[in-house]
Design a protein around this ligand. Structure first.
Ligand code: PLP
Length: 406
């Protein structure tokens, strides 16, 4: 058999080594605790599950769904965008149901990028931003991310337009913020996602405005992945990029039920924004999938239009866990800050280790899984990601074990 060459360019699964080690330890009877999982541990709220029970009994739902999503689903998405962000999108031309946001992001590459062209992706990011391009025989230009700049991706053109942190190195070219003209000419999409996995960073309005202006100037589609908009702390409320003036001309935003409503296994999300992009993505999807099970769309309608207390309750739990972890990590001398959003704490590791070495050390000596930052890309080296998706007692036990191992 002769598989496509692009498969050879996919990075090896960075966590395979950790998984193998974990299995070996567990085979010896060792109890391994995981702070590595980016998947909510709490169940889907009961009113959403109840809506699914009802929807699954309706024989109409057993047939092929509406490919773009039922109009009721798209209307619920539009209503939610309005009530949550004050953003108006037309359910018919500016909203599209997705089988999870990963599916939508992957297929956006097919809709926009020709072989040999480029996408601009953050140098620390969700793997499908780059993986989707590689599977499409396209290329990735990585935008640097630095702690000094609050982990906001940096991009600039030869005119000096773009977004570069206040204390940028002397030459933008030195650290890759300057996107060369020849790359820009071949670039089609810029991906961003704030609140950010894995850094927990949040965006400023000025940052979004700079990205919108840059994408307009260079005729790029701006894709904003808003998977964590509902997971916020300390009174912070994450925005939609579509709140920014002119955003809908160049931008589509992807929102997922996965983290907001503990629905990762259900595979339901939506894209909204620039109608040309929604149309192009819809064409790709029409030809490759037949939409998501209508019963699942009905459950997602219940999620978006039902009571939202479940989000507040769950954020309170994550916030308590965040504080436990941050206090404990600071107590053992690790330099970390409490994130305003997401289910992750991102922390610098002690000198003398690479991210992978530190994760390996913690697994071997403390029997705790943490995720090496380098697994998310170049600029993640020197950091690890810790997830808030396990119960308090396991969090405390994990941190105690890590402390003893250092
Ligand atoms: C979890 C996550 C998503 C959600 O993906 P789904 O396919 O909708 O489950 C999207 N983006 C990021 C950055 C995530 O961490």
């Amino acid at each position: 058999m002769r598989t496509a060459d692009c498969l050879n360019h996919i990075e090896p699964y960075l966590f395979a080594q950790i998984d193998a080690k974990r299995e070996a330890l567990e085979a010896q009877g060792v109890e391994v605790l995981s702070l590595g999982i980016g998947d909510p541990d709490m169940p889907t709220p009961p009113h959403i599950v109840a809506a699914m029970h009802k929807a699954i009994d309706n024989p109409k739902n057993h047939q092929y769904p509406d490919y773009a999503g039922s109009l009721a689903y798209r209307q619920a998405c539009a209503d939610w965008m309005r009530s949550r962000f004050g953003v108006s999108v037309d359910p018919k031309s500016e909203v599209l149901a997705l089988i999870g946001s990963k599916e939508g992001i992957g297929h956006l590459h097919v809709a926009f990028v020709n072989p040999g062209e480029y996408v601009l992706a953050p140098s620390i990011g969700y793997p499908v931003y780059s993986g989707g391009a590689i599977l499409d025989n396209a290329k990735v230009w990585y935008m640097p991310m630095r702690e000094q700049t609050g982990w906001l991706a940096e991009f600039a053109d030869a005119d000096g337009d773009g977004y570069v942190g206040p204390d940028a190195p002397a030459s933008e070219a030195d650290y890759g913020a300057l996107v060369p003209d020849e790359i820009l000419a071949k670039a089609k999409i810029m991906f961003l996602g704030y609140p950010n996995n894995p850094t927990g960073a949040v965006a400023t309005p000025e940052f979004f405005d700079a990205a919108i202006a840059f994408c307009k100037k260079h005729d790029l589609l701006l894709v904003h992945d808003n998977a964590y908009s509902e997971i916020c702390y300390d009174g912070y409320l994450a925005p939609s990029i579509l709140e920014r003036p002119g955003a809908k001309e160049v931008c589509i935003e992807v929102f997922s039920m996965s983290k907001a409503y503990n629905m990762t296994g259900w595979r339901i999300a939506f894209a909204c924004g620039a109608p040309e992009a929604i149309k192009a993505l819809g064409t790709v999807k029409n030809n490759l999938d037949s939409g998501q099970f209508t019963a699942i769309q009905e459950a997602a309608i219940a999620a978006m239009s039902g009571p939202q207390d479940c989000i507040r309750e769950q954020c309170a739990i994550y916030q308590r866990r965040r504080d436990l972890i941050v206090d404990a990590l600071q107590a053992i001398g690790l330099d970390c800050h409490a994130p305003k959003a997401t289910i992750y704490v991102w922390t610098r590791i002690p000198e003398g280790y690479s991210s992978a070495e530190f994760a390996e050390h913690v697994l071997t000596d403390a029997h705790v899984i943490v995720t090496p930052g380098s697994g998310y890309g170049r600029d993640g080296e020197g950091y690890i990601r810790i997830s808030l998706t396990c119960p308090d007692d396991q969090i405390l036990e994990s941190v105690k074990r890590i402390k003893e191992s250092l």
